[in-house]
Unconditional design. Structure first.
Length: 169
């Protein structure tokens, strides 16, 4: 019984560590783009606004930017951003097993990162009113590329976090 609890605890702690680390790397990438190239990143308050409207039954917006702000949307959005990173890390660990952490291979981490771009393309951006893969946005290809690169940075972060965890522990 205690082995099961320890195994579940190791899994949860590993997912939190990897997901948080990978999301930090993703945020560092976004900050680098903003500071060096003046390329803005996603405003996570908009994620919070989108999520905040869901309990009221509104999942789709004509334009999330023109929807009325909700109380605490920035906190909701940033919390969701990190929680989603942990969930994506947990999926990687479910598929690869905890043994992947003992000798991390970059390919599964990068593939996971790249595949996570499906979530904003097919769920979040349409919910924001921007269409599938930002198809309703001017210069949609730029938004698509930025999102793909951000999620690739997340994949790099998964691998980097696994290496750091291995080194520390």
């Amino acid at each position: 019984m205690f082995e099961n609890i320890a195994s579940h605890t190791n899994f949860i702690l590993s997912a939190v560590l990897l997901g948080t680390g990978a999301t930090i790397i993703m945020d560092i990438w976004a900050l680098l783009l903003k500071v060096v190239f003046n390329i803005p990143s996603l405003n996570y308050a908009l994620v919070g606004r989108w999520l905040g409207y869901m309990p009221k039954g509104q999942f789709l917006h004509d334009n999330i930017n023109t929807s009325s702000p909700i109380k605490g949307e920035a906190v909701i959005g940033w919390t969701a951003h990190y929680l989603i990173g942990v969930i994506f890390a947990a999926v990687l660990l479910l598929l690869m097993g905890l043994s992947w952490l003992e000798s991390p291979d970059p390919i599964p981490a990068l593939v996971t990162g790249v595949l996570t771009v499906v979530f904003p393309y097919l769920v979040m951006l349409p919910g924001f009113g921007m269409g599938v893969a930002a198809s309703k946005v001017e210069n949609a290809h730029v938004a698509q590329f930025k999102s793909l690169m951000a999620h690739t940075a997340f994949g790099v972060g998964l691998y980097t976090s696994a290496i750091l965890a291995n080194w520390i522990f």
